[in-house]
Write a protein that binds this ligand. Structure first.
Ligand code: C5P
Length: 246
């Protein structure tokens, strides 16, 4: 399968390993076997709440690009301050909820623009855990897909660099958004890997073919007997499919 719009180059370091752990020791043991030039890392709410900024700074100091996945959602001034703090930590990417609105996203963008190190600023649209009845209950009419598209466009208009979304939403969003807008997609499973609790999955190569720029992959790498070999197998599939030089 070839990226329909042929509009994006595949990044040889497109795999973001989700560090869904609560313990710094486990994380450091895992990442000591990974190379900063073969993957990026994602630190989410659980790990950050347990280990704080010191662990993020350590991963950055070790040379890794870190996606700080804290999904900020608050008044514009507060989110701007939090995004500025993320920039000071040296992270590569940080995210906010698009449901915080245009002014919140613009304030975040402006706070980052004032920093010497400027992470990519990404929006979460609709959480994939929300079904249509959940959306209607909180007052959002229309389908989940329509809400995702509307919020992705709002994020783009607010100057953000991309959205987190399902690989199955990427093709439509790809048609509607500018070439430089990024799509970060979880729900990825190499062929034959355990599905775990994911509902709708896509292989790494198919997700990139659909237009994803970065793939968030957790357990297929972190729970593997040999995480480095699991990552290398994924990277090798990607390199083969897109003729990337190693
Ligand atoms: O282990 P697995 O590959 O399923 O991990 C996927 C990662 O992506 C987890 O950190 C999960 O919280 C995150 N994620 C997701 N689905 C979303 C948004 C984030 O799986 N819609």
């Amino acid at each position: 399968m070839v990226n329909e719009k042929e509009k994006k180059m595949v990044d040889a370091k497109c795999v973001i390993v989700a560090l869904d752990f609560s313990d710094a020791g486990e994380v450091l043991a895992l990442v000591s076997g990974l190379e900063p030039n073969s993957c990026r890392l994602k630190v989410g709410k659980e790990l950050y709440t347990h280990c704080g900024p010191a662990l993020v700074e350590r991963l950055v100091a070790d040379g890794f690009d870190v996606f700080l996945d804290l999904k900020f959602h608050d008044i514009p001034n507060t989110v701007a301050g939090a995004c500025g703090a993320a920039a000071d930590l040296g992270v590569w990417m940080v995210n906010v909820h698009a449901l915080g609105g245009r002014r919140m996203m613009e304030a975040a963008r402006e706070a980052i623009a004032q920093k010497s190190h400027q992470p990519l600023l990404i929006a979460v649209t609709i959480l994939t855990s929300m079904g249509e009845s959940d959306l209607h209950e909180i007052g959002l009419s229309g389908s989940a897909k329509a809400n995702v598209l509307r919020l992705a466009k709002l994020a783009e208009q607010s100057g953000l660099n991309g959205v987190v979304c399902s690989p199955l939403e990427v093709a439509v969003l790809n048609q509607q958004c500018a070439e430089e807008f990024n799509f970060i997609t979880p729900g990825i499973r190499p062929a034959g890997a355990a599905v775990n609790d994911q509902k709708r999955i896509t292989t790494p190569v198919d997700a990139l073919s659909l237009g994803s720029n970065y793939l968030v992959i957790g357990r297929p790498i972190t729970a593997a007997a040999d995480p480095l070999a699991a990552l290398q197998a994924i990277n090798s599939d990607i390199q083969g499919a897109f003729n990337l030089s190693t």
